[in-house]
Design a protein around this ligand. Structure first.
Ligand code: NAD
Ligand code: UDP
Length: 314
């Protein structure tokens, strides 16, 4: 039975990934300090192969026993979260990546880092292939996240080249689904919260900026395929179906049947204009592509938020 450490396992993506690993027969050690995650995300897991450790990845990590895989997901990921925790975000990407790489080296485990489309910044190439080096403002408010992830990728490749650690880099594009926090500040939870409560939907800027949204079950399937592959180059994992934020707001109004209106608010600094993954590498090496269509994914997410609003403890 493979034994896998998942840092950030009590977060949105991490908790779904722990579920998938248990389904695939892994023993799972989940490590989290709940800075942006919650106990509720893992409360449903009663499996004896699941162990939880409350710990900050920026501090030295000691895990007893063998590990076959180390998956480093711990980091604030929503823009309002990393604006609120700028130094903790830099530390999760720097010290956290260093500690988890050391652990993978010492345990001879495969290492995977969840990087991000933010390494491309406000891109000059569209769609973004993994060969694009990006356009990131190194001192802007988003830099605490973008540069932490760029550093994390550089450190991962250095451990791969210097210490021969078997590494993987997943560049994740915007993902949504159940267990996002209704108040995490990202576009889909904001729009859903607003639609369900009869509030105006807040579109930032003129809403012509684009994103490509991937449902969480597709994402964790892609991460698992990458983990168990032999691909050490970065791989984009995302849904290439691109839309403007106005289109997303309208879609959420339609799916929820809400009568709310759309209003416009200032665009955050350095907000990327366009974002769409080129997933040729994932298609070729992992035989992966997203399968869940937008309407199905949005309905499942909306159902989760409705239940969550009715009984906030679940
Ligand atoms: P999330 O905030 O829901 O989850 C992050 C988890 O990491 C939380 O449980 C949090 O408590 C934990 N964490 C943060 N700092 C920690 C620390 N120092 N020590 C221990 N635990 C810590 O975010 P998410 O959307 O699930 O993102 C998970 C990963 O995927 C992140 O690495 C993020 O950068 C990456 N990612 C996510 C998306 C997306 O759209 N969701 C896109 C690109 C990349
Ligand atoms: N956005 C928006 N209204 C909101 C929240 C976000 O228009 O209430 C915009 C945001 O400016 C960005 C896009 O939606 O252009 C996606 O934002 P999100 O925070 O979900 O993810 P990002 O891609 O910025 O990490």
């Amino acid at each position: 039975m493979p034994r896998t450490l998942v840092t950030g396992g009590a977060g949105f993506v991490g908790s779904h990934f722990c579920d998938l690993l248990l389904e695939k027969g892994h023993e799972v050690v989940c490590l989290d300090n709940f800075i942006t995650g919650s106990r509720a995300n893992i409360a449903h897991i009663t499996d004896s192969r699941f162990e939880f450790i409350e710990h900050d990845v920026s501090q030295l990590i000691v895990i007893d026993g063998p590990l076959d895989y180390v998956v480093h997901m711990a980091s604030p990921a929503s823009p309002p979260d990393y604006y609120a925790h700028p130094i903790a975000t830099l530390k999760a990407g720097s010290y956290g990546t260093h500690h988890t790489l050391e652990l993978a080296k010492n345990k001879s485990a495969v290492f995977l880092i969840t990087s991000t489309s933010e390494v491309y910044g406000d891109p000059h190439e569209h769609p973004q292939p993994e060969t694009y080096w990006g356009n990131v403002n190194p001192i802007g408010p988003r830099s605490v996240y973008d540069e932490a992830k760029r550093y994390a990728e550089a450190l991962t490749m250095a451990y791969h080249r210097t210490h021969r650690v078997d590494t993987r880099i997943a560049r994740i594009f915007n993902t949504y689904g159940p267990r996002m926090r209704l108040n995490d500040g990202r576009a889909i939870p904001n729009f859903m919260h607003q639609a369900l409560n009869g509030l105006d939907l807040t579109v930032y800027g003129d809403g012509s900026q684009t994103r490509s949204f991937c449902y969480v079950s597709d994402l964790v399937d892609g991460i698992h395929r990458l983990l168990t592959s032999r691909v050490t180059e970065p791989v984009n994992i995302g849904n290439p179906e691109e839309m403007t934020l106005i289109e997303m707001a309208e879609k959420i109004l339609q799916v929820s049947g809400s009568q709310s209106k759309i209003v416009f608010k200032p665009l955050p600094e350095d907000d990327p204009r366009l974002r769409r993954p080129d997933i040729a590498r994932a298609r070729h090496h992992l035989k992966w592509e997203p399968r869940v269509d937008l309407e199905t994914g949005l309905r499942a997410t909306l159902d989760f938020f409705k239940q969550h609003m009715e009984s906030p403890k679940t």
